[in-house]
Design a binder for this molecule. Structure first.
Ligand SMILES: *Cc1c(COP(=O)(O)O)cnc(C)c1O
Length: 401
């Protein structure tokens, strides 16, 4: 039962997560089932992780096959699954070389270390953006441009600056002789599903070129299909020098990757960086199966179509509550409904009411409802969510308070 597991768990876990009183026991496609037998439509995908939904047959089969052959050997040896995965990532991106780890934060740590290692010793500083999210390790939390994540953990590691979002001139003024890279998400996920304006992104690229800086894209959340292209930057006309991936890459299993062009990647030589589990054969087999499915003909095209349909419907919904909802925004199937200040106070309540009705979404940065359904979601499932959301919004925003 949900309640029994919650009671056991709360006794033994550090309270880092504010959890809903629900224990999930089974997943299938876009559906999740809890310990009391209640069914949910999952429009969060484990926070942009389960791109192919839950227990996709291709991923399950690949894991079953690999786990029977070889589970782990360490990176002292080569394995086929991780080599295949790296080949696919290189073939489908700007990058020449790949490093595997186990999470988004680790991928960003690797990117930060590579940017420093590939620069002259006096150049070590990285500029990221306000509102960004790059992870919870000390260096990545220092790179994260939201002070609430720093509080209580000071002093932050040195060498990180945050530029105000959208202000290219301010960013340019922050560049100095110690700067080695600019780090940003093409769309800020945890920052409220906030896309960087294309001109701003191009301006950042130009600043990097003019000043000899590396441009690092954190595509941990935007990468691997959710935005309608394999990587978000591929539809924005700007290429990075270094890119990080994680969340959706493993089809639900934990993996992170850091990709770079050869002239930068060459700074990593034997012994300079490592990860015991990085590129684990089972996880890479799952990632290969997931990536093959996403790269198959028509898959991303269909993601884009469903994304446009969903976004247009959210925009219509927004127009019905002008006092509380500002706009719908996002890319592909990574969408947000952005509240006004008046509406934002009810964000948590809306998520809870949607959950009661069997729909999983979340509320991010205190400003936006986030919708990240599995890419296999159907239009009918999108319609079900929209109908429930329209009712909940009417209930919450129309009620006198
Ligand atoms: C989730 C996220 C991270 C951190 O990933 P973990 O796997 O939780 O360490 C980093 N960057 C972005 C953009 C993310 O969305």
């Amino acid at each position: 039962m949900n309640a029994t597991l919650k009671e056991r768990a709360d006794k033994v876990f550090m309270a880092t997560y504010g959890r809903y009183p629900v224990a999930m026991v089974k997943g299938e496609g876009c559906r999740l089932f809890d310990a009391d037998g209640k069914e949910y439509l999952d429009f969060l995908s484990g926070i942009a992780v389960c791109g192919l939904g839950h227990c996709h047959p291709a991923v399950v089969a690949a894991v079953r096959r690999q786990v029977a052959d070889l589970v782990h050997v360490s990176n002292l040896y080569y394995t086929l699954p991780q080599t295949e995965l790296a080949e696919k990532l290189v073939a489908n991106s700007f990058a020449d070389k790949v490093f595997f780890c186990n999470s988004g934060a680790e991928a960003n740590e690797a990117a930060i270390k590579l940017a420093r290692k590939a620069s002259a010793p006096e150049r070590y500083e990285i500029i990221s953006l306000e509102g960004s999210f790059h992870g919870r390790t000390l260096a990545t939390v220092a790179a994260t441009g939201q002070t609430r994540f720093h509080q209580g953990f000071e002093p932050m590691p040195a060498g990180f600056q945050h530029a105000p979002f959208g202000d290219l001139a301010a960013l340019e003024r922050m560049i100095r002789s110690a700067t080695c890279a600019i780090l940003c998400e093409p769309l800020q996920g945890e920052g409220g599903v906030r896309p960087l304006p294309p001109d701003y992104l191009k301006g950042i690229r130009d600043l990097c070129d003019e000043n000899g800086l590396f441009l690092i894209f954190d595509e941990v959340q935007t990468g691997v299909g959710h935005t309608g292209t394999l990587f978000a930057h591929q539809q924005l006309g700007v290429e990075p020098d270094i890119m990080t991936l994680a969340k959706a890459l493993g089809g639900g299993l934990p993996i992170g990757a850091m990709l770079a062009r050869q002239h930068i990647a060459q700074a990593f030589t034997p012994g300079t960086h490592a990860s015991t589990f990085g590129g684990n054969p089972v996880v890479c087999a799952a990632a290969n199966a997931s990536l093959d499915t996403i790269l198959a003909d028509g898959f991303l095209q269909s993601t884009r179509e469903k994304g446009e349909y969903f976004r247009a419907a959210l925009q219509k919904l927004a127009a019905r509550f002008p006092g509380q909802i500002a706009t719908a925004r996002g890319m592909g199937l990574l969408l947000g409904l952005v509240f006004t200040e008046a509406g934002a106070a009810q964000g948590g309540e809306i998520v809870a009411k949607m959950m009661e009705r069997g729909f999983l979404i979340n509320f991010t940065a205190g400003i936006a409802l986030r919708f990240v359904p599995p890419l296999i979601v159907s239009k009918a499932e999108i319609d079900l969510l929209l109908a429930a959301l329209a009712e909940v919004l009417a209930e919450v925003f129309a009620a006198p308070r």
